[in-house]
Ligand binder design. Structure first.
Ligand code: HEM
Length: 394
């Protein structure tokens, strides 16, 4: 079986060629540096996401714990839990992310998106990450959690450092440990304050939530916030950033979206398929298993390569072509599948839609000011780190 280094600095550029090779070879390969078994074909990635019994998330809390970091800060949140605890935790927080909660948020997200788009377009030459794609989801999740707006400027550094955990090189370890400590102090302080004086925010809701007579412990709320803050910002920011890049590369898509707003959700679904912000998810095999006919021993770390599955020629015709509204458009695995399906998928889709609904009518063209995109480091989260653009007003 082939071994590949997915985290080498050159991989970002060659990613799709590498994925295609993996799919064409045996479908299963090993990933340096930690020897995980990686599934690259759609059926296998979906099977790993779907079968929570054979592919555990809970076992990750210890198996994928980097020794230089100490206890995994998200270990007690639902993303690293299996049933029955996962089912209980999810029930406690599902409500906030359901259709009613989202409908309540829509006007706020629209207003924020319009304000940011107006300011960005009036400047004409901006870094779209700093002014728009990151700021929108950051402000929304910050407000949902009831956090103090003057602290929002710290969140970017935190989320970049948290996103580096899987692929960090030794020189980055100290900085990441400092970030974890800083976040622990900050979020711990928020929990203490909300216990004393509950409000109408999600942290207070989490502290009040009860399922089968049980409440979340402070450690579980802290762990959930460690997951939610970066998850709520970085992935959605990358979806909006990747969408902007594709609007620049396919000007006819911008035209179509300007002519018909109903095109925007179709466009976003295709961005999600082609450029998924979360490129893979880890699991641990709980028994000896097989993927694409290749055995994987119990206890192995398994990666489902979503970025590859979404371009599997066995499922999607012309997988490398960007075709909004294509057949099977929504079958991508970018929000996962099964019991861990992304809790924030509706929120992310709404934010991206309202972001484009605010930006698109204000511009007649979006031009990238540098030919090469500066991507985020590591392959965990895929999207632009900075995005210098020229916005030509409509
Ligand atoms: C889970 C992707 C936005 C909160 C997941 C998973 C994926 C994902 C792939 C499954 C992980 C796994 O199977 O191990 C994305 C993408 C987003 C996005 C691509 C944006 C485009 C958000 C937002 C929030 C959020 C906005 C919250 C504000 C969560 C949570 C889970 C999760 C809490 C864990 C669910 C569980 O384990 O039951 N996300 N996400 N995500 N996501 Fe998202």
């Amino acid at each position: 079986m082939q071994t590949y280094d997915l985290f080498a600095p050159t991989t970002e550029v060659e990613r799709h060629a590498l994925y295609a090779r993996m799919r064409a070879e045996s479908g299963l390969c090993r990933i340096a540096p930690f020897g995980a078994y990686a599934a690259s074909r759609y059926e296998d990635v979906r099977a790993v996401q779907k079968d929570a019994q054979r592919f555990s998330s809970e076992a990750l809390a210890t198996t994928a714990e980097p020794s230089w970091l100490g206890p995994n800060p998200v270990a007690q949140s639902l993303v690293t839990r299996d049933p029955p605890r996962h089912t209980q935790l999810r029930a406690m927080i599902n409500r906030a992310f359901g259709p009613t909660g989202m409908a309540r948020l829509e006007a706020q997200v629209r207003h924020e998106a319009q304000t940011l788009a107006e300011a960005a377009v009036s400047q004409r030459e901006v870094d779209l990450v700093d002014t728009f794609s990151f700021v929108l989801p950051r402000n929304i999740i910050g407000r949902m959690l009831g956090l103090e707006p003057s602290t929002f400027t710290e969140f970017k550094r935190w989320s970049v450092n948290m996103g580096l955990i899987t692929s960090a090189v030794p020189a980055q370890h100290a900085g990441i440990r400092d970030t974890v400590k800083e976040m622990e102090d900050y979020l711990g302080g928020v929990i203490t304050a909300r216990r004393r004086q509950p409000g109408e925010d999600m942290v207070s809701d989490l502290l009040r939530a009860e399922v089968e007579g049980q409440r979340l412990t402070d450690a579980e709320v802290l762990s959930f916030l460690f997951l939610l803050l970066p998850a709520g910002m970085e992935t959605t920011a990358q979806l909006i950033g990747n969408a902007a890049i594709l609007l620049a590369r396919y000007p006819e898509q911008l035209e179509q979206a300007r002519a018909d707003r109903a095109h925007i959700p179709r466009f976003i679904e295709e961005v999600l398929r082609c450029e998924p912000p979360a490129q893979f998810a880890f699991r641990v095999a709980m028994s000896d298993v097989e993927l694409s006919g290749t055995p994987i021993p119990a206890g192995s770390l398994v990666m489902g390569l979503v970025g590859s599955a979404n371009r599997d020629e066995r499922v999607f015709e012309q997988p490398d072509a960007f075709l909004p509204g294509r057949d099977k458009a929504s079958q991508h695995l970018s929000f996962g599948h099964g019991i861990h399906f992304c809790l924030g998928a509706q929120l992310a889709r709404m934010e991206a839609r309202l972001a484009l609904e605010a930006l698109v009518p204000r511009i007649r063209a979006l031009r990238l000011r540098t030919p090469d995109i500066e991507w985020l480091p590591g392959l965990t989260i895929h999207g632009p780190r900075t995005l210098p653009v020229k916005l030509l007003p409509a």
